[in-house]
Design a protein around this ligand. Structure first.
Ligand SMILES: Cc1cc2nc3c(=O)[nH]c(=O)nc-3n(C[C@H](O)[C@H](O)[C@H](O)COP(=O)(O)O)c2cc1C
Length: 271
């Protein structure tokens, strides 16, 4: 029992997170670790504190089998191998019905204050009437950001607890139908969770666009400059790690994991 948390350093948690696509199907994930991951998601930031992110924990073989027909084909091995999948959805009910409860609540406890122009009067007569009359697609758009925030925290907790994880797509209405979603709930993304069948080092940090290509200063498109000394420090701390490469060792690791699962292997970078 217990989380068996080894105190993984925060910087390493960020740096070690990977999208892991091989799992040990025979090593179950402890329920307490799943609970910790869900708590990390639940405590993520929520718009207006709506708390509209839902997670359906899926581990039964019959559900995993049903997933083979309703997740993208390249995700089937992952959904089968991972002992647990977390199905993230947004529930607009918690926007339309939850905001009227939550906004006054966070005002009363001092999270939002008159210092910033908040009052119970403007919440009731201005903010809530505006927010709760947004059309469904607008609410879904906003809540999908909230869901992404929750998923990110879930992934960091999984990494901290020595687990692998990977977000994976599915066919929204069919997943909702299978899991009994109400009309107000909308599938966002699933997440495989399990003990990794490959190592953090072998997976390597996946390539990213150059800093200045996507981080801008003051004006969109004006590259922000990354200080090499800061990057060096981040590298020492484990936040920035060597980029993944298909070395002979990596190829062998992929093929060993694939063979163990009875999955097709690969020969080189082209296939
Ligand atoms: C919203 C979202 C959806 C994703 N969907 C899938 C997916 O359907 N299948 C998959 O194998 N990986 C999926 N991924 C993982 C990405 O492919 C992965 O994050 C990317 O290749 C970078 O690798 P890294 O996560 O190891 O840094 C998804 C990631 C995000 C953020």
């Amino acid at each position: 029992m217990g989380l068996d948390y080894q105190g993984k350093d925060f910087m390493n948690v960020i740096g070690d997170r990977r999208s892991c696509r091989f799992y040990d199907p025979n090593r179950p994930v402890e329920p307490e670790k799943i609970q910790a991951i869900c708590q990390a998601a639940r405590t993520a930031s929520h718009m207006g504190n709506a708390n509209a992110v839902t997670i359906t924990i899926v581990s039964k073989q019959e559900t995993k089998d049903a997933f083979t027909k309703i997740v993208s084909s390249f995700n089937i091995p992952m959904a089968q191998m991972a002992p647990v999948s977390l199905v993230f959805a947004l529930d607009r009910k918690w926007w339309f019905e939850g905001l009227p409860e939550m906004l006054p609540k966070i005002f009363k406890l001092g999270a939002i204050n008159p210092s910033h122009g908040w009052s119970l009067d403007n919440i009731e007569n201005s903010t809530l009437p505006r927010l709760t009359t947004f059309p469904d697609p607008v609410v879904s758009y906003m809540l999908s950001c909230e869901t992404g925030m929750a998923m990110a925290q879930a992934q960091l907790m999984a990494t901290a607890l020595g687990l692998g994880c990977c977000a994976y797509a599915g066919v929204p209405p069919k997943i909702g139908e299978l899991l009994g979603f109400p009309e107000t709930a909308q599938f966002v993304w699933a997440m495989a969770i399990g003990y990794p069948g490959e190592t953090v080092e072998s997976m390597g940090m996946r390539p990213r666009r150059a800093y200045g290509d996507i981080i801008y200063q003051e004006k969109f498109g004006t590259p922000a400059i990354a200080d090499p000394a800061v990057d060096e420090e981040l590298t020492k701390l484990g936040v920035l790690q060597p980029e993944s490469a298909l070395t002979p060792e990596r190829l062998a690791a992929i093929n060993a994991a694939a063979e163990q699962m009875g999955l097709p292997t690969r020969t080189d970078e082209n296939g």
